[in-house]
Design a protein around this ligand. Structure first.
Ligand SMILES: NC(=O)c1ccc[n+]([C@@H]2O[C@H](COP(=O)([O-])OP(=O)(O)OC[C@H]3O[C@@H](n4cnc5c(N)ncnc54)[C@H](OP(=O)(O)O)[C@@H]3O)[C@@H](O)[C@H]2O)c1
Length: 356
C-alpha cells in the first residue's frame, strides 16, 4: 500500500515515518510544505514530496500514484478547516481511496461530559478556536464523504506523548523554572496515548475494512491522572510533589479574538479567500499575527517569583473527569495498544535525558 503522509515533519508525522518505514505493509511517501521542513526527514533516503497542504491542484499532484493518505498537519484555525476540504478533494482527484484524518478528542472540548463517546455531538461552541476548528473540520469531512469518492477515517487522540512531545518537554521546563502547577492536586483524567500506540492505530485505520466513514477515540488502556503523568516527570528530574502549586479549578473565559481574526475565520472569507492573490493573503496573515502579539508589560516591573500560570487548554484538560473509551477502535479496527503507559513514559524520559 502506497501511503502519502501529509505533515511528515511534525511530532506525530516523524514517528509515523520512523515506524512505517520499518514495516512491510506500507511504502511511505512523506509530504512536507517546504524544503526547510525536511531537516530531520532528509537524513533518510525517502521519496519525499514538497507540496502545499491548502491548494487543491498542488496537493493533487503530491498525491498522485498513492493508495491512501494520512493527514498529520496542523495550521491556524482557518487553515485546519481548509486543510480538511483540500485533502478530501485532492485525494478524490488523485484517486486516493482512503484518507486517515488526525482529528482530536478536543472536538468534544478538553473536559468532555462523562459518558461521551464517538456518537456524542461535536462541540461547535467551545471557548477555544482550535477545538472549534477541529470540530468544523470533522463536520466538513462528514459532508464531503457523502459523495463516496474517498473513505474517511477520523482518529481522535487527546494527549499524545512520547519522545519529542511538548507534553514532556513543557512539563520539564516548568518544573525546572519553578512554575509547575496543577488544578486541585492533579486528580483530573489525562487521556494519554503513547505516540507509538497512536501510530499503530493509524496503521489499523488504513487497513481495517470496517473503518470507513467513522470516528475513533484512541487512548492508552490505563486510566491516567494528571497527577500520575506529571509526578512521573517530576520524580525523574529529582523533584518531590511539593514542587507543584495547587491552582483552583476555574471557568475558562472565551478566547479573545480580534476583528480581523473573526473575519478570516468566517465561512464567507473561506469562500472568497481562494480568489485573493497570494501576496495579499500573506499580508493579511502578517497583520493578524502582529495583532495577536500582546504588548509586553513594563520591563521595569519584574515579578518577584516566576508566574505559575496555566493555559485555558490546561485548565480544561485538568478538569476532565472522563476517560475517553477506545473500545470502538478495539472492536471495529483491531486497535490493541502495543505499549503500556508506563513503558511509554519510560521511553519519553529516556529521550528527555538524551536532550540534556
Ligand atoms: N500532539 C498532540 O498531543 C495531539 C493531540 C490530538 C490531536 N493532534 C493532532 O495531530 C496532528 C499532528 O499533531 P502534531 O503534534 O504532530 O503537530 P506538530 O508537531 O505541530 O506538526 C504539525 C505538522 O503540520 C505542519 N504545519 C504546521 N503549520 C502549518 C501550516 N500553516 N501549513 C501547513 N503545514 C503546517 C508542520 O510542518 P512544519 O514542520 O513545516 O512546520 C508539521 O509537519 C494535528 O492535526 C493535531 O491537531 C495532536
Amino acid at each position: 500500500m502506497r501511503i502519502g503522509l501529509i505533515g511528515a515533519s511534525g511530532f506525530i508525522g516523524l514517528r509515523v515515518t520512523e515506524l512505517f518505514t520499518q514495516w512491510d505493509d506500507f511504502e511511505l511517501v512523506p509530504l512536507v510544505r517546504a524544503p526547510g521542513s525536511l531537516a530531520v526527514l532528509a537524513r533518510q533516503r525517502l521519496p519525499w514530496r514538497i507540496h502545499s497542504f491548502v491548494h487543491i491542484e498542488d496537493l493533487t499532484r503530491g498525491l498522485e500514484g498513492l493508495d491512501a493518505c494520512v493527514h498529520a498537519a496542523i495550521g491556524d484555525a482557518a487553515q485546519i478547516k481548509t486543510m480538511a476540504a483540500t485533502a478530501y478533494e485532492a485525494c478524490a482527484r488523485a484517486g486516493v481511496k482512503r484518507l486517515v484524518w488526525l482529528s482530536s478528542a478536543s472536538v468534544h472540548d478538553q473536559n468532555p461530559a462523562p459518558g461521551t463517546d464517538e456518537a456524542s455531538p461535536l462541540q461547535f461552541k467551545s471557548r477555544l478556536s482550535y477545538n472549534r476548528a477541529k470540530a468544523q473540520a470533522e463536520a466538513r469531512l462528514l459532508r464531503l464523504q457523502e459523495d463516496g469518492r474517498v473513505e474517511v477515517v477520523r482518529l481522535r487522540p487527546s494527549v499524545v506523548f512520547g519522545p519529542r512531545s511538548r507534553w514532556i518537554a513543557d512539563s520539564a521546563r516548568e518544573l525546572e523554572a519553578g512554575t509547575a502547577c496543577w488544578v486541585g492536586h492533579g486528580e483530573g483524567i489525562c487521556n494519554t496515548v503513547y505516540v507509538d500506540n497512536l501510530v499503530h492505530a493509524v496503521a489499523r485505520a488504513l487497513l481495517a475494512d470496517g473503518a470507513a466513514g467513522k470516528a475513533f477515540f484512541i487512548g492508552d488502556r490505563e486510566k491516567v491522572t494528571w497527577r500520575m503523568f506529571q509526578i512521573a516527570i517530576a520524580r525523574h528530574l529529582g523533584f518531590g510533589e511539593e514542587v507543584f502549586a495547587p491552582i483552583q479549578a476555574a471557568e475558562v473565559p472565551p478566547e479573545k479574538d480580534n476583528l480581523l481574526n473573526r473575519i478570516t475565520l468566517s465561512p464567507a472569507y473561506g469562500q472568497i479567500s481562494r480568489r485573493i492573490p497570494d501576496r495579499l493573503r500573506l499580508s493579511i496573515k502578517q497583520v493578524r499575527a502582529a495583532l495577536q502579539k500582546q504588548a509586553p508589560a513594563s520591563s521595569w516591573v519584574r515579578p518577584a517569583r516566576p508566574a505559575r500560570r496555566i493555559s485555558s487548554e490546561m485548565m480544561l484538560l485538568q478538569r476532565c473527569e472522563w476517560q475517553l473509551p477506545s473500545q470502538r477502535a478495539e472492536k471495529e479496527i483491531g486497535y490493541a495498544p502495543p505499549f503500556s503507559f508506563e513503558e511509554g513514559m519510560r521511553r519519553s524520559l529516556a529521550w528527555l535525558d538524551f536532550t540534556r
